[in-house]
Write a protein that binds this ligand. Structure first.
Ligand SMILES: Nc1nc2c(ncn2[C@@H]2O[C@H](COP(=O)(O)OP(=O)(O)OP(=O)(O)O)[C@@H](O)[C@H]2O)c(=O)[nH]1
Ligand SMILES: [Mg+2]
Length: 394
């Protein structure tokens, strides 16, 4: 999960830190060369003009200003920056921004130069695109990060963590878009508390993304929270789909309403809702057949299911490994049916993980959960701070 993104972002941060450190080392090398020259410069007595060793035992902080209109070359010693110093070997004034440069070299803070920020941003942009983060999200993220970085004074002793913090802050801004106002369990609880019973939840999405498995995970979660549920085996299309749902119902010890293969899925959902109502149970979980976003007939069928069953919550189940296609798929689905939330499955098989970052930003639909495995408890609530911690190493 997020392995490749984490590795690449970490490399990009290390490489900018390394380049800054090298630049600093070069500066220090130059400073050393300059200070070697200076060490050969002996302060001279203002009165006599004769060489006189400084009484200050500490390394002199010489500041040399070029004043060509002054005939005598003078040297300032520490604490007297206005005085002039002389390279009496060459008899020539040297403009020393040396003390300024020394100050910046030893400063506790660093401001990254534009070239470094540009190089880092380009590398990060490539990394994000290669990791399936959408182009629009990446572009927005990078622009904002660049502004943030150029306005930040980084602690020079802690540059790596400073840059990581910048990246984390920007990631947080993007991920906030994906955070549901209320988590699914809370939504269900509030609806039940307000007297709505049963609450119906319909699962939809392309073939094989994990709809039936995810629906069973939700049933397991609800059960663990004292909320009863009933399955509506409304995938009457795929071979063995009804048996698969029945298997989970039996494992989880819950009722299932099913029909024959080829039966109208909407009417099975309707029956399931009636059954749940009649038995005073809490939630109806409606499975649906997988359908591709290009199949208008099947998309119209899901529209009919929405009309007949009137689900209270609709959840799009998409595979995180689908890359940027998933945004296009959702865009087609929402032309036919309103989607309240996304569950992104198989994140455990996805080393890129970019969809987890950008899918909500692109679609405007929150992520309820990530599927992180095949077992009932492999369901993780969408948590921006977990993602940030997984991606950015401090
Ligand atoms: N590793 C992993 N496997 C998953 C996850 N979710 C589902 N699967 C597996 O994905 C496969 C397909 O899961 P299903 O639940 O049958 O998918 P579906 O969307 O209902 O499939 P159709 O009904 O044929 O459209 C199964 O082998 C599941 O065990 C997940 O989060 N991680
Ligand atoms: Mg299924």
């Amino acid at each position: 999960m997020f392995d490749s993104l984490r590795k690449k972002i970490s490399n990009a941060i290390s490489s900018i830190v390394k380049s800054e450190n090298e630049e600093e080392a070069n500066n220090l090398g130059n400073e050393k060369a300059n200070s070697d020259i200076e060490n050969n410069i002996q302060p001279i007595s203002e009165e006599t003009g004769t060489d006189k060793p400084t009484e200050d035992e500490s390394p002199p902080d010489y500041s040399i200003a070029q004043k060509s209109n002054e005939s005598e070359n003078r040297q300032s010693v520490k604490g007297n920056p206005e005085k002039q110093v002389q390279n009496n070997e060459k008899g020539k004034d040297i403009k020393l921004s040396l003390s300024t440069r020394l100050k910046s070299a030893f400063s506790k803070e660093i401001k990254l130069n534009d070239n470094d920020i540009e190089r880092f941003s380009s590398e990060l942009m490539m990394t994000m695109l290669q990791s399936d983060v959408s182009y629009a999200t990446t572009e927005k993220f990078i622009e904002s990060l660049k502004t943030q970085m150029s306005n930040t004074r980084f602690e020079s002793s802690n540059l790596q963590s400073g840059i990581s913090n910048c990246v984390s802050l920007e990631l947080e801004k993007v991920l906030e878009a994906g955070k549901p106002k209320e988590q699914l369990l809370e939504i269900v609880r509030h609806k039940l508390d307000s007297g709505m019973r049963p609450v119906s939840i319909m699962f939809l999405g392309p073939n094989g993304t994990g709809k039936t498995t995810t629906m069973s995970k939700i049933a397991y979660m609800l059960k663990n929270n004292g909320i009863s549920s009933v399955f509506s085996a409304s995938d009457t299309f795929r071979a063995a789909a009804i048996e698969q749902t029945a298997y989970h119902a039996s494992k989880l010890g819950m009722p299932i309403i099913k029909g024959a293969y080829g039966a109208d899925p909407a009417s099975i959902a309707f029956d399931a809702i009636e059954y749940t109502k009649a038995h005073g149970l809490d939630v109806v979980l409606i499975d649906t057949a997988g359908r591709q976003e290009t199949n208008k007939n099947l998309l119209n069928e899901i529209k009919k299911m929405e009309r007949v069953a009137k689900p209270d919550i609709t959840i799009y189940v998409g595979e995180s490994t689908s890359g940027n296609r998933i945004a296009e798929q959702i865009a087609e689905f929402v032309k036919f049916i309103k989607i309240d939330g996304i569950i992104l499955t198989k994140l455990d098989c996805d080393s890129k993980g970019g969809n987890a970052i950008s899918i909500s930003d692109v679609t405007g639909i929150p992520i309820f959960f990530f599927g992180t495995g095949e077992s009932y408890d492999s369901l993780m609530e969408f948590d921006p701070s977990f993602i940030i911690k997984s991606i950015v190493q401090n």
